[in-house]
Design a protein around this ligand. Structure first.
Ligand SMILES: NC(=O)c1ccc[n+]([C@@H]2O[C@H](COP(=O)([O-])OP(=O)(O)OC[C@H]3O[C@@H](n4cnc5c(N)ncnc54)[C@H](OP(=O)(O)O)[C@@H]3O)[C@@H](O)[C@H]2O)c1
Length: 283
């Protein structure tokens, strides 16, 4: 039985992948940030433990728990738990950006580094990072999230090179957009952390609020949105392929922008991406 530790299993992609892998015979260690979600996961039959990516102590305890259950072995880690902090770059405080990087980058690094030694000992392992199309291209009002996913891409590319020959494979999954609680949680972070009243972007923020709250109220998701199962299919490939890819694209926008980034100049790519953002936030 293969073992896998997954972060961010309270909802969305993490919960779906944990459920599917469990059905398919994996031993899944499904972690969540909040104790009530850990209780819920346990009641659904998961082996579950709290893991808050913002808290080193919580990360260390979760890893110790896994190793106690497995005798120090782990076949795979799916780094997944994260959130999106919307807002124009000029409206991000140092603390707000730091918080985004704590969760989406530094927690992932700490967790990854805690499991690598055990994987090295067994000359095998899979480290799989749930990145984003926004780790490949940048969009207005997503600077903090872009920053966290670009940094993840850079760190992961380096790690893959450093682990070559160790038996540990490193892959990035590039989703976006996917049905989940992501937009609901991003909206909450927007309301919590961005001072819209004094911003030069005030009028656009009204449209951003409208868009995010409409989506939360059950309106149509963005074009080309896929279910979490599309991510699960790529995760399975990254877990089971004898030669896993460095990057797994998931949705049409990811394939499209992956190509456009290679063929267009930055000026043209900017032009296109600004048009996309304007279309999204029309008032
Ligand atoms: N949905 C998309 O369109 C999309 C597109 C591209 C990439 N992604 C990536 O997919 C991954 C999963 O997101 P999702 O779409 O499934 O969104 P989601 O439904 O909002 O799930 C995010 C998960 O991350 C957890 N999380 C947030 N902060 C955490 C922390 N400090 N410690 C531990 N867990 C934390 C959340 O827990 P709480 O419930 O406790 O907040 C939740 O379980 C993320 O890495 C995201 O960047 C999503």
């Amino acid at each position: 039985m293969k073992t896998i530790l997954i972060t961010g299993c309270s909802s969305g992609i993490g919960l779906h992948c944990a459920t599917q892998l469990k059905h398919q015979g994996y031993r899944v260690f499904a972690t969540a940030r909040k104790p009530e979600d850990v209780r819920k996961l346990k009641s659904q039959g998961f082996e579950s433990h709290q893991l808050d990516l913002d808290d080193s102590d919580s990360i260390q305890k979760a890893v110790a728990w896994v190793f106690e259950l497995t005798g120090g072995q782990l076949d795979a880690l799916f780094n997944n738990g994260a959130y999106g902090q919307p807002g124009a770059v000029e409206d991000l405080t140092r603390d707000v950006l730091r918080q985004q990087l704590e969760t989406n980058l530094l927690g992932w690094l700490e967790l990854t580094n805690l499991v690598i030694p055990a994987m090295r000992q067994h000359n095998s392992g899979r480290l799989i990072m749930n990145s984003s199309v926004l780790g490949l291209i940048s969009m207005k009002y997503r600077g903090a999230y872009n920053c966290s996913k670009y940094a993840l891409e850079g760190l992961t590319d380096t790690l893959r090179q450093e682990l070559k020959g160790s038996g540990i494979h490193v892959s990035l999954i590039e989703p976006g957009p996917i049905e989940s609680d992501f937009r609901k949680n991003a909206y909450a972070a927007f309301l919590r952390n961005i001072n819209t009243d004094v911003s030069a972007h005030k009028s656009v923020y009204l449209a951003v609020k409208q868009r995010l709250s409409n989506q939360n109220a059950g309106e149509e998701p963005p074009l080309f949105t896929l279910s979490a199962d599309a991510v699960f299919k790529k995760l399975k490939q990254a877990l089971e392929s004898p030669r896993p890819k460095a990057r797994y694209y998931v949705t049409v926008p990811t394939y499209l922008f992956g190509i456009l980034k290679r063929v267009l100049s930055t000026r043209w790519l900017d032009y296109l991406l600004v048009k996309v953002a304007e279309g999204e936030n029309k008032q």
